[in-house]
Design a protein around this ligand. Structure first.
Ligand code: ZN
Length: 565
């Protein structure tokens, strides 16, 4: 059990942190003894757990107790560990060189020191963990550190230190049993065909990019000659498309259904034709208006749902007005014939109050926490999380999007470079779990973008990585069920409590034990060793390997078996 000594104002973010690092914890009680104590409070009592981790940018009484000599204080810094960089956004206290214990190689530098005492290890970090987490879950990271899964690294470091301290503990990692991670394929539907765009900004933009733009990409080596020809032919064929004599090459649904071949993608649809919305930044806010009427596409929407796909709202003003959110949600629900659970804002417009505004409008999840300009981790995590201002709504972060990878005004990557960026995010998900959310826009497969081949390869890479594919709603529901599992303390250890629908795919209950070196169950994390995974669907009657249960889980009635209650 971990005891937490935080500042009073941090209670909510502490609770959220331990929904992400799903392991038993409680706020520190003086009468209890703990294997691990994590402190951000100003005063740390005289305690002797196996591992004491103290965070904070101010000098504390424990510093003199353990001989930690404070150095300079900075505002924001990039720390390094052996394998990673770790951006710190708040104040950072550094420590004099030479006090760092060399057996703790995962200590961030500068700003981290450690000491060994006869009772256990002490680690001192010069930043405030829970203030950092709160910042990540609200305003998010700046673009320059988008590629760093900062919040997931904070969890990883803590886990590593607990393991190194020889503490037995249980956790529920954010990847299902028998799957390496979770993948979520999404499409923002901004156009539904070029037929909706006659002599408007989108059409002229297409003509320009489809002729001169493709020529530029061809000479830069970013486009094949055959696609250059296809693009020019598509531009030339526009009158025939408008006349209805040939197929609309921007039409998205058939192409995506064929490529995804049964995978449960999520389509976010714009609710109201011709409405750009209010508070739209930039020089041309009117260009945010969509030219299609969702009600005219009810047949296609029904076909998507019949094929196992999900439909959500691509919101216009829902991000700042709950009444508009309800109106926009109703427009999509009218088309689908049932209430829709989720939203992603068009152009990803948001401010810090948006999650609670969307919650007031009745949404179960939002998936707008991403960047327009780049790919990566706006909240520093692959995990579904609850924004600190919300009671129920969960945020499914957006990680990879086509326009950010390839547009000339954005990352402007070649396909090889883009593949490397995506591969590093997939590698992170394989290592630490979580969901990789991908956005491919509705006309990206077609001329003049031609990003369909890359998308096909990306799906192939995801499939071969052993992930579980869920629609946005399914992924959020899985993370909600993981949150619904409670750890109850009992005399012999910890008891897992869950009431609800069976959990599919099953959770992975991971028992870390310094006595165990074998690992089992799928997932490719074999090299970590020192843990055992149990596959659990939430079923209280499930029989568990007695060898596993004896590691640390308590017994329910003194008979063999882990407590899965
Ligand atoms: Zn959009």
């Amino acid at each position: 059990m971990i005891g937490i000594l935080s500042k009073a104002r941090q209670a909510r973010v502490v609770e959220e942190f331990f929904e992400l690092f799903k392991t038993p914890w409680e706020f520190y009680r003086p009468e209890r003894t703990y294997d691990v104590i994590i402190a951000t409070a100003d005063t740390v009592p005289e305690v002797h757990p196996k591992l004491l981790v103290v965070y904070g940018p101010c000098t504390k009484d424990i510093d003199s107790r353990f001989g930690f000599e404070a150095g300079k204080r900075n505002q924001g810094a990039v720390l390094t560990t052996v394998d990673h960089i770790l951006p710190v956004y708040g104040a950072l206290l550094t420590f004099a060189a030479g006090t760092c214990g060399n057996e703790q190689e995962a200590i961030p530098n500068p700003g981290g020191v450690s000491a060994l005492t006869p009772q256990g290890a002490v680690i001192r970090l010069g930043y405030d963990l829970f203030d950092e987490v709160e910042l990540l879950l609200t305003s998010g990271q700046p673009i320059e550190y988008a590629h760093v899964p900062t919040l997931d690294l904070h969890i990883m470091l803590l886990r590593k230190w607990i393991v190194q301290a020889g503490v037995a503990f249980v956790e529920i990692p954010p990847n299902p049993a028998n799957h390496s991670f979770v993948a979520c394929l999404t499409h923002d539907i901004d156009f539904i065909g070029i037929r909706n765009h006659r002599f408007d900004h989108s059409m002229w933009g297409f003509v320009l990019r489809g002729t001169i733009g493709t020529l530029r990409r061809y000479f830069k080596g970013q486009l094949s000659f055959s696609n250059l020809v296809r693009s020019w032919m598509a531009v030339a064929s526009l009158p025939l498309v408008y006349a209805g004599w040939i197929r609309d090459f921007w039409e998205p649904f058939q192409w995506y259904l064929a490529i995804e071949n049964g995978l449960p993608a999520t389509y976010f649809l714009i609710p109201i034709k011709g409405r750009p919305g209010e508070r739209v930044p930039g020089a041309h806010p009117s260009r945010r208006a969509a030219a299609y009427d969702v009600h005219e596409h009810a047949g296609q929407v029904a076909a998507l749902i019949n094929r196992g796909c999900e439909v959500g709202l691509h919101g216009i003003d829902a991000w700042f007005r709950p009444d508009r959110g309800r109106e926009e949600r109703a427009a999509i629900s009218d088309t689908t014939g049932s209430s829709i659970p989720g939203v992603r804002m068009h152009w990803l417009l948001h401010d810090e109050s948006s999650p609670s505004v969307l919650e007031q409008a009745g949404f179960t999840y939002d998936s707008s926490a991403g960047y327009n300009e780049t790919v990566g981790y706006r909240a520093g995590t692959s995990q579904v999380f609850r924004p600190p201002t919300c009671e129920k709504l969960l945020e499914l972060p957006l990680h990879i999007q086509d326009g950010a990878l390839f547009y000339s005004g954005r990352l402007d990557l070649s396909e090889d470079q883009a593949e490397q960026r995506c591969a590093s995010m997939i590698a992170h998900a394989i290592t630490l779990g979580g969901a990789v959310t991908v956005l491919w826009h509705d006309r990206s497969h077609a001329p003049e973008r031609f990003w369909g081949g890359f998308y096909q390869d990306l799906i192939g890479r995801l499939r071969s990585s052993g992930c579980w594919f869920g629609s946005a709603g399914q992924v959020v529901a899985w993370f909600q069920k993981r949150r619904d599992v409670r750890f109850d303390a009992c005399p012999a250890g910890v008891r897992l409590h869950y009431e609800g629908e069976p959990i599919a795919p099953a959770l992975r209950i991971r028992v870390h034990s310094p006595r165990s070196t074998r690992s089992r169950a799928g997932g490719g994390n074999q090299s970590w060793g020192g843990f055992t995974d149990i596959c659990w669907t939430g079923d209280r009657d499930q029989q568990v390997d007695t060898e596993v249960s004896s590691l640390m889980l308590c017994t329910q009635d003194n008979s063999a078996g882990a407590c899965l209650v």
